[in-house]
Structure formats: structure tokens, C-alpha cells
Ligand binder design. Structure first.
Ligand code: SAM
Length: 275
């Protein structure tokens, strides 16, 4: 048995499967959990791979640590999506973080992940964590809190996640950030969702004071995977606090080599520069 995620243009990513452990249709999406032959458990939403147990850190580490180490003092962090708990787990490794709010639209993803994956490794029980079941867009529109870092760990820009890639969302998020703040979002496969990436890049550029792009090879995705970073204020995202990186116990993202994140194929630089 195998599971294949089909990307555009007939490109696929496949896993050999030992067994299907769970399947349900939630209010928002089809949720599936498989036991793979070589990568542990696999979480699939609406037919798209969200994570494999053995290697999920290759997504969660670059999504979290560059932003938290580039911010001078990240105390209040908002995660949008991230129902599996991996992003929350990485955020809470930072001692400066006093509060991490995770706003996930689909309670079934949180519950299924707790039962079958456990990759939060206790993060949901951390007294600094608050889990809200709701729409991330509505949350940023209505919150009275000021935030230091916003992490968008959403599904790709279809269904309820589509609005999280819009200029309206970025503008609302910019307004709830403190004077020095960072928003980072996963932005899909650079080669296979090029238009979606360029649209999000353009929307961010019209809102944030500075926008950065980097990609990272993520196990289970059609790599390299894109990340877009919007900065409010004077933060230089190419510089991080190495002292705070000590003790984070990272596997994939290397703070000592932070500057290498920004190397990219000429093809990608040309795309982003509109050539
Ligand atoms: N690592 C994943 C990826 O990029 O493929 C993302 C993982 S996480 C499980 C994605 C979550 O975003 C899903 O559980 C989905 O329910 C949630 N989501 C989608 N749109 C949302 C919205 N508007 N507000 C809050 N959560 C949302």
C-alpha cells in the first residue's frame, strides 16, 4: 500500500504505508493518519502531507527559531494553525516566551494529533500555552493584545487558509505586532506553487517594512519549501542572537550558519525580483 500526494503538473510525493490508523471528515477537512514504512506516522489533511513523525523538525525548526532568535526579546507569540503542536513545542523552548497562543480552526486536528502523534511532547500542557479553537483571521482582527512574533503554520492557500495569505490579513497582523515585530509564514513549494508564493510575497511587500525569503529542505514535502518573513520596525532578520540559541537542541536549522538560509537558486531570486 502507498500514499501519494499529487502536486500540480503531475509531480508526486509518495510513502510506502504499513497501515491506515485513522480517517475522518471534520467540519473543515478530511483527516488521515498512516503508519509509514520508514518515517513513522504521517498526518494528511485534504490529501496533502502535513508532517511525518521522523523528520517533522525539518519544518518546525526553520518556521520557529530564525524568527524567535532574530527578534530581540520575543515574549508574546501567536501561532495560527499548527494543530499538531510541533510549532508550539519549538516556540516554548525559548525562555523569553511568556505566552504562546495557538489559534487552530479545526479542533479535530488537535485531538487527533494528541491521540496518534504526540509531537507536542507536552507543549499543550505548558502553563505558558493557550489553545484557542477559531479562525486566525478573526483572532487578529479582534485581539487587543500586542504581539512580538506571529507564526502562520497553516495549510496551503485554499479553503479557510486562503485568507491567511492576503494583503488584508498581513495588514491586520502588522497592526497587532509591537513596534519591533516579525511575522513568518510557510509559503509552499517554490517550484510547484510559484504563483501563490509570488502573490503572498507581493502582498507582504505592500505591508511590511522589510520582507525576507528563505527556503529549507523539508522531509515529506516537495522541497525546497518556502518561508516568507515580514518585519515591522528595525529588526534585521539576517542577524540572530546566538547566545539564546544555546541549549535549543536543534537537528536541522543551524543558528551558527543562519546567513546560509538566504542563499537561493538564481531562478528563485529572479522570480522574487520580478525579472
Ligand atoms: N505543516 C503543515 C504544512 O505546511 O503542510 C501545516 C500543519 S498545521 C496541521 C495546518 C493547520 O492550519 C491545519 O490544522 C488547519 O486546520 C489550520 N488552519 C487552516 N486555516 C486556518 C485558519 N484560517 N485559522 C486557523 N487555523 C487554520
Amino acid at each position: 500500500m502507498h500514499f501519494i500526494e499529487w502536486y500540480p503538473r503531475g509531480y508526486g510525493v509518495a510513502f510506502k504505508i504499513k497501515e491506515k490508523l485513522f480517517e475522518t471528515q471534520s467540519k473543515y477537512q478530511r483527516i488521515e493518519i498512516y503508519e509509514t514504512e520508514g518515517f513513522g506516522k504521517l498526518l494528511v489533511l485534504e490529501g496533502t502531507v502535513q508532517l511525518v513523525e521522523q523528520g517533522e523538525e525539518s519544518y518546525h525548526e526553520p518556521l520557529v527559531h530564525p524568527a524567535l532568535l532574530a527578534h530581540p526579546n520575543p515574549r508574546r507569540v501567536l501561532i495560527i494553525g499548527g494543530g499538531d503542536g510541533g510549532t508550539l513545542r519549538e516556540v516554548l523552548k525559548h525562555k523569553t516566551v511568556e505566552k504562546a497562543v495557538m489559534v487552530e480552526i479545526d479542533e479535530m486536528v488537535v485531538e487527533t494529533s494528541k491521540i496518534y502523534l504526540g509531537i507536542d511532547r507536552g507543549a499543550f500542557e505548558d502553563p505558558r500555552a493557550e489553545v484557542i479553537i477559531g479562525d486566525g483571521m478573526e483572532y487578529v482582527k479582534n485581539t487587543k493584545e500586542k504581539l512580538d512574533v506571529i507564526i502562520v503554520d497553516s495549510t496551503d492557500p485554499v479553503g479557510p487558509a486562503k485568507q491567511l495569505f492576503s494583503e488584508e490579513f498581513y495588514r491586520t497582523a502588522y497592526n497587532v505586532l509591537n513596534d519591533d515585530g516579525i511575522l513568518i509564514t510557510q509559503a509552499g513549494s517554490v517550484y510547484l506553487f510559484t504563483n501563490e508564493l509570488l502573490d503572498a510575497h507581493k502582498a507582504m511587500n505592500s505591508v511590511f517594512d522589510k520582507v525576507y525569503y528563505f527556503s529549507f529542505p523539508v522531509i515529506g514535502y516537495a522541497s525546497p519549501w518556502s518561508f516568507l518573513v515580514g518585519v515591522k520596525g528595525n529588526i534585521d532578520f539576517t542577524k540572530i542572537d546566538l547566545k539564546r540559541a544555546e541549549g535549543l537542541e536543534l537537528i536541522y536549522y543551524d543558528p551558527e550558519r543562519h546567513e546560509t538560509l538566504f542563499q537561493m537558486p538564481k531562478y528563485v531570486r529572479d522570480l522574487l525580483e520580478g525579472k
